[in-house]
Design a protein around this ligand. Structure first.
Ligand SMILES: [Zn+2]
Length: 104
């Protein structure tokens, strides 16, 4: 069983044009269509309630808005993108996922 932590963040586009979602520190870009949403999930393997990538305080996510994009810093060891129904948008896991490593 995965002993670390899981955090989820829903990002929606209420605008009328596509929105670029930038996942840092990996630099991955996903386009969210108008009125669509996606879910960003990150895992941390640490058992001490910390998030390894955090830059401010101890937070699983940091969000920065720009005029035509939103940058999400996922502060765990990985990120996973899915749509609001839970279907994987991008099944590739960047940097290795501690939750999946535990399962194998
Ligand atoms: Zn993961």
């Amino acid at each position: 069983m995965f002993a670390g932590r899981t955090a989820r963040l829903v990002v929606g586009n209420d605008g009328e044009v596509p929105l670029d979602l930038v996942l840092e520190p990996w630099g991955d870009v996903h386009r969210i269509l108008p009125e669509d949403r996606c879910v960003v999930v990150t895992h941390s393997s640490s058992g001490d309630d910390s998030w390894p990538g955090t830059r401010l305080g101890d937070e699983p996510f940091e969000v920065e808005h720009r005029s035509d994009s939103v940058t999400v810093w996922a502060n765990g060891h990985c990120f996973h993108l899915s749509d609001r129904k839970g279907n994987d948008i991008d099944p590739y896991v960047y940097g290795g996922c501690p939750a999946e490593n535990r399962a194998t």
